[in-house]
Ligand binder design. Structure first.
Ligand code: S3P
Length: 182
């Protein structure tokens, strides 16, 4: 099975993806890592030096390349991959996309401890970001993405507070076992 994990920044796609790939005994790819390998720079550096449009171009190219690699895999995608219509088509047609749905409040909790070099997550402490408007910006991005995740997802896993990455991976594995593409 070819699985893509989608969802907002901080939803746990990479951590859960590695565990899920182990349990399915298949390859694991992380789209941000694929971009970094081919660009020789991290996503945050690409944003800083060349801007978001260039990052999106590289992200779409990396998704296309990953979709052409044969065999079973789990692909953890960056939160913004769903922005481009062509990426959404690839996710729908070439993968079983699983949306990891985590409430914004929990995303705040996770990213306030570690924003992990995420240029699109506005934190009050970030250089150049005025304190005022930070929450609205994150909320607007989160809300704008929800219908896009919904549009690509074959399955939705709604995270519950009692669940760890390990239990999340087990639950997603179970959902996938019952999933029949049509
Ligand atoms: C982005 C999410 C990041 C990374 C880039 C842009 C986004 O990945 O691709 O900073 O637009 O949401 P994660 O979702 O793994 O944080």
């Amino acid at each position: 099975m070819r699985v893509a994990l989608i969802g907002f920044m901080g939803s746990g796609k990479t951590t859960i993806g590695r565990l899920l790939a182990d349990s399915l005994a298949c390859a694991f790819l992380d789209l941000d890592e694929e971009i970094a390998k081919s660009a020789g720079a991290s996503p945050a550096e690409i944003f800083r030096v060349s801007g978001e449009a260039e990052f999106r171009r590289q992200e779409s190219a990396a998704l296309r390349r990953s979709s052409e690699i044969p065999g079973n895999m789990v692909l953890a995608c960056g939160g913004g991959v769903v922005g481009a219509a062509e990426n959404r088509r690839i996710l729908r047609e070439k993968f079983a996309a699983v949306w990891i749905d985590v409430p914004l409040q929990e995303i705040y909790r996770r990213l306030s401890a570690d924003s992990g070099g995420r240029p699109l997550w506005s934190s009050a402490g970030a250089v150049g970001v005025a304190e005022c408007g930070v929450d609205q910006r994150n909320e607007a991005l989160y809300q704008a993405r929800l219908p896009l995740y919904r549009e690509c997802a074959a399955l939705c896993y709604r995270w519950q507070p009692s669940e760890t990455p390990t239990t999340s991976a087990v639950i997603i594995g179970r959902l996938l076992r019952g999933y029949v593409p049509f």
